[in-house]
Design a protein around this ligand. Structure first.
Ligand code: KDG
Length: 321
């Protein structure tokens, strides 16, 4: 099968609180499928790329739900295993508590089906036939067998000339900063495209300034680095070029998933041979669209959505002037 992109990770069932405040007082939750790598894969699929997904899901209603979402978004699920021995990971989103303006996540995922992904799940040909293998710092944090599977997949991609993109996505609820650093630095040395953010870069390199972060990552061998700067937008670098774009101002409903949308928009542009400026513009647009709805992947844009969004932004700028 001809795949453009392959990625691997956990797809969780997300229970997103319908009201703000401590979870003990929340009565209603919305159910969504979520997970950084799945959101990225769906984002790429909506932008016209054929994406394959490697994971394990539970053999129950939650596993069936996740499979149906991945299928309906056009992903290749031939490497999704149904694991009868483990439950699916789930998590809750608590909104505007304890810090107003921020969401927090509460995971129930230890021992989940996806945490049992192992080197047996990595079919070398599946990865060799893709143009890009994408990973985030979440999958290697799930378990030792996941970490081994990540290294196996990266080694196959690296030795067969498949481009590698890594989004550092450090989740300190899953592992310590020290463990993250020990694992991710060797992974980043194999990457062609690296996406990161200030907090992660501080853990990994002790650096917070985008230019310094980029210098560090480029010296490890990457061709392109993007530094996500939240409300300040994003910056991107190659050895020769540097670009920076501000974020778009949109009504925020749910910030979780913005980084994965950025990754899809940014990488889709690079794969289509677009400039760093354009890649940042599209990445920021995708991130902005995703935060306007509840759930991580639902508002992942198509090219048409991006064009409409950017056209509206240009008009607004003209009106404001
Ligand atoms: O990037 C968004 C993810 O953090 C969210 O969907 C949940 O994948 C997830 C995780 O492991 O935190």
């Amino acid at each position: 099968m001809e795949l453009d992109v392959v990625t691997m990770g956990e797809v969780l069932v997300q229970f997103n609180a319908c009201t703000n405040g401590p979870l003990r007082h929340v009565v209603y939750f919305e159910k969504h499928a979520a997970g950084a790598e799945a959101s990225f894969a769906i984002g790429m699929s909506r932008l016209g790329f054929k994406a394959g997904f490697i994971t394990r899901v539970s053999n129950d209603e939650f596993g069936k739900y996740i499979l149906s979402v991945l299928r309906s978004e056009g992903l290749d699920v031939s490497r999704v295993k149904v694991d009868p021995e483990a439950p699916n990971g789930i998590y809750f989103i608590q909104r505007n508590y304890p810090i107003p303006g921020r969401s927090s996540v509460i995971y129930y995922r230890r021992g989940s089906a996806a945490s049992r992904i192992s080197t047996d799940d990595i079919d070398p040909d599946y990865i060799r036939e893709a143009k890009l293998f994408h990973l985030t710092g979440i999958t290697p944090a799930l378990s030792k067998s996941c970490r081994d599977a990540c290294f196996k997949a990266l080694d196959i991609a690296h030795s067969s000339g498949v481009k590698i993109s890594i989004d550092t996505n450090i989740r300190l609820k899953l592992w310590s900063g020290e463990e993250a650093k020990r694992t991710l630095i060797p992974m980043l040395k194999k990457a062609d495209i690296v996406l990161t953010e200030r907090e992660d870069a501080e853990i990994l390199f002790g650096k917070k300034e985008p230019d310094e972060i980029a210098e560090e990552v480029l010296s490890m061998g990457a061709e392109v680095v993007a530094v996500k700067l939240g409300a300040e937008g994003a910056a991107a670098y190659t050895g020769k070029e540097k670009a920076r774009r501000p974020a778009y101002n949109v009504p925020i409903v749910d910030v979780i998933g913005a980084g994965d949308a950025f990754a899809a928009g940014f990488i889709a542009c690079l794969m289509n041979g677009k400039s760093l400026q354009e890649a940042l513009e599209v990445g920021n647009a995708a991130g902005a669209l995703v935060v306007t709805v509840r759930g991580d992947y639902e508002n992942m844009p198509s090219w048409e959505d991006i064009e409409k969004f950017l056209a509206a932004q240009r008009k607004e700028t003209v009106i404001l002037r």
